[in-house]
Design a protein. Structure first.
Length: 264
């Protein structure tokens, strides 16, 4: 009582392609002959047939005939991921044990290489990061590492990126979150910093005292060379004293009192 259209398809290719694939897979009984996989927008799917790589499947619905060959599908998430490297204990060249926490952000750029080179690319990158950190930090003294952290970070990032490319990964960022020193080393470094700051403070105080003394010396020379200026200074002092307190003048014959009498 309804129109029926019959199509003949071949199973030479295990992958089933059809313009009405969504409707076909939703038909009751289709799961008996078809295997479906939904690839999300942020994913790519590696398609292997009889052990050979065929290609990458993009986002969307894909269907494969059952019992039409050995089909292996591996979905890869291509979004950015973060490796948290916590509690890494490393000994420097001068035998100081450090504990550091670092992070590495990366994403998969070559899905096939990431799948073929290592079974778990995340763990492979984590292991290489550990080795690179131990080599870079273990070959430096503590003072050299703390004084030139930018060079150290640049060297580590360069090596990690090179290793990441071998695994089909792109290292986006590397950073050391925490650098924890042993208690006795922290105490010694705090004492050194305190001594340096105290020495700097003493140097600043001596510099200011020298500047103040030089200013007083210059002022004394100016007053010595200009008697009128000296008298004006005396009057300024007299004015400040008279402003805030009761002033009793004892008149003499010379000096400031004589000038005050003349002014009065």
């Amino acid at each position: 009582m309804r129109e029926v259209r019959v199509e003949r398809v071949t199973v030479d290719d295990p992958q089933f392609r059809h313009r009405l694939l969504m409707k076909i897979t939703q038909t009751p009984g289709s799961d008996a002959v078809l295997r479906t996989i939904q690839v999300e927008q942020e994913q790519t799917c590696l398609y292997f047939r009889d052990g050979a790589f065929v290609g990458e499947l993009g986002p969307g619905l894909h269907a494969f005939w059952k019992d039409a060959g050995v089909v292996k599908l591996h979905c890869v998430d291509r979004r950015e991921k973060v490796l948290d490297m916590s509690g890494q204990e490393i000994i420097t060249r001068d035998k100081v044990t450090l504990r550091l926490n670092a992070i590495v952000s990366y994403r998969i750029t070559d899905s096939r290489r990431a799948f073929e080179v290592s079974e778990v690319p995340d763990q492979a990158l984590y292991r290489e990061c550990q080795l690179i950190l131990r080599t870079a930090i273990g070959g430096r003294n503590l003072d050299d590492m703390l004084s030139d952290k930018d060079t150290l970070a640049g060297e580590i990032v360069g090596q990690i990126r090179a290793k990441g490319e071998a695994f089909g990964l792109a290292v986006i960022q590397f950073g050391i979150k925490d650098l924890i020193l042993p208690g006795d080393i922290r105490e010694l470094m705090n004492r050194v910093v305190a001594a340096q700051k105290e020495a700097e403070a003493n140097q600043i105080v001596r510099r200011e005292e020298t500047a103040a003394t030089r200013s007083q010396c210059n002022t004394a020379k100016m007053l010595e060379q200009n008697p009128v200026l000296m008298r004006l200074r005396e009057l300024e002092v007299l004015e400040r004293v008279a402003k805030d307190s009761k002033l009793n003048l004892i008149l003499g014959e010379k000096g400031l009192t004589e000038k005050v009498v003349n002014l009065l």
